[in-house]
Design a protein around this ligand. Structure first.
Ligand code: HSE
Length: 412
């Protein structure tokens, strides 16, 4: 049967078609019947493409074809992906996707529609590229109360930071390389400003804690302001700078969630995750710490997760696999990040900066000054004790009367 349609023939879409066709024989054995891709929907023309005969421009062709059981939506973004997904689910077709923007914005709603129509909405590829993480949280770790999830969730920024740390390459050159390798989003702002990682931590938090976490409720800062000076101080003090997304259960049934660069101790496995690789640490009250590691972006790693979801849908044509979470309108569900405790790396500039040490030490109590080779006289870097972030900010506001605060990076 030709029962699969792929919507979007970009990096992930073409990878999905390539991997499916390469492994079709074994996929058919796993599914237990003959399956194939019938349509590839894209508005663009692909003259000479080996799958040119399957290309259509109109999604309605897929909707109206009763042979199609599974739609792989790999367009990305909210529209038209949302409308296509909704229509496909309502017409009894399962949908699988790598589209984290859509799952993070509309996941609760689309999962509800899928269950109402006894079909599936699966999104293993939306977080961590090829890393299995949605199923493990939903199934294998279901017996635990999840205490926290934190991880490197964006391949592009991890690739850029790795180039900055290992090769002192500047930010723009590393970003260009990531784009050429197909890791970055079309608009790299979503990667470098942390929005992509934010969508992913929202998906993981929604799944783990059963209530939708919306990206707009999560504080998110990216890596564009990280300098090679910060990298050098961190290295010297035994830390690597990583963009970390984290979500954690706190009191009163609420959660903390944040995406930001962090100094990660080199004794933490996350500090060793380099290049386009992602890693996600999950702590459950039964299992303890578990780490998921693999390629978090790229054509075939992401296609691996999409094709896995297609197979799951084809194997279970009459069963809605129970992934769901409640919608959530409570704006206080994600607690304000400034009320959370952190230790903070701070870099300041002031004339004769060393002379400020006694005043800074009095302000913060026990803190650690850190060095880098060639530290100029007008620069000082230190790590604060763990304190509520609002309190750190008050002290830095006081310090800003005598120094310029150049960098402020949380520790993990
Ligand atoms: N741009 C994303 C990344 C792609 O770099 O991780 C995978 O979601």
């Amino acid at each position: 049967m030709k029962n699969v349609a792929v919507i979007g023939y970009g990096v992930v879409g073409s990878g999905t078609v390539e991997l499916f066709e390469k492994n079709r024989e074994s996929i058919n054995q796993k599914v237990g019947r003959d399956c194939d891709i019938k349509y590839i929907v894209d508005l663009r023309d692909f003259p000479g493409d080996p799958f040119e005969d399957r290309m259509v421009k109109d999604f309605n062709v897929v909707l109206e074809d009763s042979e199609i059981e599974v739609v792989a939506e790999v367009i990305g973004g909210i529209e038209p992906a949302f409308t296509f997904t909704k229509k496909a689910l309502e017409s009894g077709k399962s949908v699988v996707t790598s589209n984290k923007a859509l799952v993070a914005a509309k996941g609760a709603e689309l999962l509800k529609i899928a269950h109402e129509h006894n079909v599936n909405y699966l999104f293993e590829a939306s977080v961590g590229g090829g890393i299995p993480i949605i199923r493990p949280i939903n199934k294998c770790l279901a017996g635990n109360t999840i205490e926290q999830i934190s991880g490197i969730l964006n391949g592009t920024t991890n690739f850029i930071l790795t180039k900055m740390i290992r090769e002192q390459m500047d930010f723009d050159a590393a970003l260009k390389m990531a784009q050429e390798l197909g890791y970055a989003e079309a608009d790299p702002t979503a990667d470098v400003e942390g929005e992509d990682a934010c969508r992913k931590i929202c998906i993981l938090g929604s799944l783990a804690y059963g209530k939708h976490i919306y990206p707009e409720d999560v504080h998110c800062s990216g890596i564009t302001r990280i300098t090679l000076d910060d990298v050098a101080y961190a290295e010297n003090a035994g830390y690597a700078i990583k963009l970390i997304g984290s979500v954690k259960a706190v009191e009163d049934g609420k959660v903390t969630a944040i995406v930001c660069p962090r100094l990660v101790s080199k004794s933490n496995l996350l500090a060793t995750v380099d290049g386009v690789y992602n890693a996600i640490s999950v702590t459950g009250d039964g299992v303890g710490d578990v780490l998921f590691y693999g390629q978090g972006a790229g054509k075939l790693p992401t296609a691996s997760a999409v094709v896995g979801d297609i197979i799951d849908c084809l194997k279970h044509p009459d069963r809605s696999i129970m992934i769901s979470w409640e919608d959530n309108t409570d704006k206080s569900y994600v607690v304000k990040y400034k009320t959370v405790e952190n230790a903070m790396y701070v870099r300041i500039q002031a004339d004769n900066a060393d002379q400020l040490k006694p005043a800074i030490s009095e302000m913060f109590g026990k803190l650690t000054y850190i060095e880098r080779a060639g530290r100029p006289d007008n620069e000082l870097a230190f790590i604060t004790p763990t304190m509520v972030e609002n309190v750190i900010d008050e002290k830095l506001a006081e310090l800003s009367h005598s120094a310029e605060i150049k960098s402020k990076i949380r520790l993990l």
